[in-house]
Design a protein around this ligand. Structure first.
Ligand code: SAH
Ligand code: SF4
Ligand code: F3S
Length: 489
């Protein structure tokens, strides 16, 4: 097994951090003030940075890919585990040096760490001028103005309604082929280990018409894949008139117009899938308590809805799941896996998130996480050692009593098991022809292109005369636990 330098391995958006600094350049930057945004954490945070870029462009800022050239630097932060926050603290040390050379530079903290720490951040990190929580992004130009006049500026109000539905995101560091679309915000689930309900506020769904419009625009611009994002996409729910306006959400309602209908996640998936057969649709994250047969049948009906489900288990033991407040037990979770296999077949990709060493977890209970993995044979997993987060239910109710070395050893066992399963699941594809959407050149060599198959696996193949954004059929000839390789047929 590869060496594991830390307690955790990278999660989806953490992977992106390898490519930091991450912004895009504005061609019309001459004479404008320049903004540099760096994003941490989950895909939703990366999607939010694109909303912030749009708000700031309206306020006369251009984006730059160089922190050194910027007049304004935003860190869009994550608070999910302690090490996510430490990463940002280290980055702030570097920015302190930069500001010493350039005193007029302004530094803003956005996102979940900003929301968690609020004004405390200003006390603890002198380099920070602006603190804005996830629901305060429309207010950022005003906060910047305040900061320019020499005052520290803060807005960490959480909203019950804000979805930024009307803002067209500016795609940062885009490959021009795949894009994220937020369909909801917040989370009402209160898993006991998790800080997200505190940093992102109450769950609210976005107007489906604005989602379809955004996906259609992306398709028209040449994008060929959208990933619909939410902390728990299966609880997406919109009740509104057919003109798209909401009911019961503080908007004026005229009862004389058409009766309201509820749009579920399955309905939304279908609406997006119908935009065009060449537009691939993915989504994340599904919650085992909420995913329905309706969603699975919709996936089965549409070729362009990808056969891949991220269904985090967190633990394989029912007692631990109860302490985690996940509201399902092992049997329920296994039942969902069986339904996926029944309706979508053995080839449907399934991934999970796993936490090792949650409060009071015994060796036997840890073994049950491993045995669940053996039952499912996940294609992929994001695996973490438990990190206590201040203010969460678990921090209040349970002692963080598993020693760090035990958490780490259990995590390593989980990772080792996953590596064998990933390799096995990838080997299944050898000899198969896979439909791949080309995303661009492979990281290792310009002579190769890469893109993902239906199950979200990266496939690498010789470049030929192909272009990104095209679909190709690739005969898979070899694989590692991370990638498939093959030839175009
Ligand atoms: N909404 C998603 C998860 C979002 S957070 C869901 O419910 O599945 C992404 C992952 O981070 C979680 O699935 C969990 O595995 C991990 N995580 C969250 N809080 C954590 C903590 N305090 N310590 C370790 N891992 C944690
Ligand atoms: Fe956190 Fe649970 Fe909500 Fe996921 S569902 S964001 S783990 S509280
Ligand atoms: Fe995402 Fe991290 Fe916030 S995982 S929701 S950015 S705490």
């Amino acid at each position: 097994m590869a060496h594991i330098p830390e307690l955790t391995i990278l999660q989806p958006a953490d992977k992106e951090q390898i490519d930091l600094p991450r912004t895009s350049e504005d061609e019309l930057a001459v004479g404008k003030k320049r903004l540099y945004i760096e994003s941490y954490g989950c895909q939703m945070n990366f999607a939010d940075s694109e909303i912030v870029a749009a708000v700031m462009r309206n306020a006369g800022f251009a984006t730059t890919s160089s922190a050194e050239e910027a007049d304004l630097i935003f860190l869009n932060t994550c608070a999910i585990r302690d090490n996510a926050e430490q990463k940002v603290r280290n980055r702030l040390k570097h920015l302190t040096g930069l500001k010493r050379q350039k005193p007029e530079l302004l530094v803003g903290m956005l996102g979940c760490m900003a929301e968690r720490l609020k004004t405390k951040l200003l006390e603890e990190e002198k380099v920070v001028d602006i603190v804005a929580g996830p629901d305060a992004y429309r207010d950022i130009p005003k906060l910047v103005e305040e900061a320019e006049s020499g005052q520290k500026a803060v807005n960490v109000f959480l909203s019950r309604e804000e979805t930024y539905a009307d803002i067209s995101p500016i795609r940062l560091n885009s490959n021009g082929v795949t894009a994220f679309v937020s369909i909801m915000r917040g989370c009402d689930n209160m898993c006991s280990f998790c800080v997200v309900p505190f940093t992102r506020g109450r769950e609210r769904s976005r107007d489906p018409h604005s989602i379809v419009r955004e996906a259609q625009d992306l398709f028209d611009q040449g994008y060929r894949e959208v990933t619909l994002l939410g902390q728990n996409v299966d609880s997406y729910k919109w009740q509104g008139r057919s003109d798209g306006s909401a009911e019961g959400m503080g908007h004026g309602v005229d009862s004389s117009t058409q009766p309201s209908a509820i749009t579920t996640f399955a309905n939304l998936l279908e609406m997006v899938a119908q935009i065009h057969p060449d537009l691939r649709v993915r989504f994340s994250t599904s919650h085992p308590k909420d995913i329905t047969d309706d969603v699975l049948h919709t996936m089965a009906r549409y070729e362009n809805i990808c056969n891949y489900i991220h269904l985090p288990a967190q633990s394989g033991n029912s007692r631990v799941l109860k302490l985690m407040n996940r509201t399902y037990d092992r049997e329920w979770y296994v039942g969902k896996i069986d339904r996926i296999r029944e309706i979508l077949g053995e080839d449907c990709g399934i991934s999970t998130d796993m936490i090792s060493g949650f409060c009071t977890e015994t060796e036997d209970e840890h073994e049950e996480s491993l045995s669940l993995m053996d039952y499912v044979h996940y294609d992929y997993a994001y695996m973490f050692a438990y990190s206590e987060r201040p203010g969460t239910l678990a921090a209040k109710k349970y002692a963080d009593d598993i020693p760090e070395d035990v958490k780490k050893r259990r995590l390593n066992e989980i990772i080792a098991k996953q590596l064998t399963h990933s390799a096995e699941r990838n080997q299944r594809h050898i000899g198969q022809v896979q439909r791949v959407l080309i995303e661009g050149p492979s990281k290792r060599s310009d002579d190769f292109l890469c893109g993902r198959n239906d199950q979200n696996k990266m496939v690498v193949f010789p470049k030929g005369n192909l272009q990104k954004g095209q679909y190709v059929n690739v005969l898979v000839t070899e694989c590692t636990s991370a990638t498939l390789r093959g030839e175009v047929v």
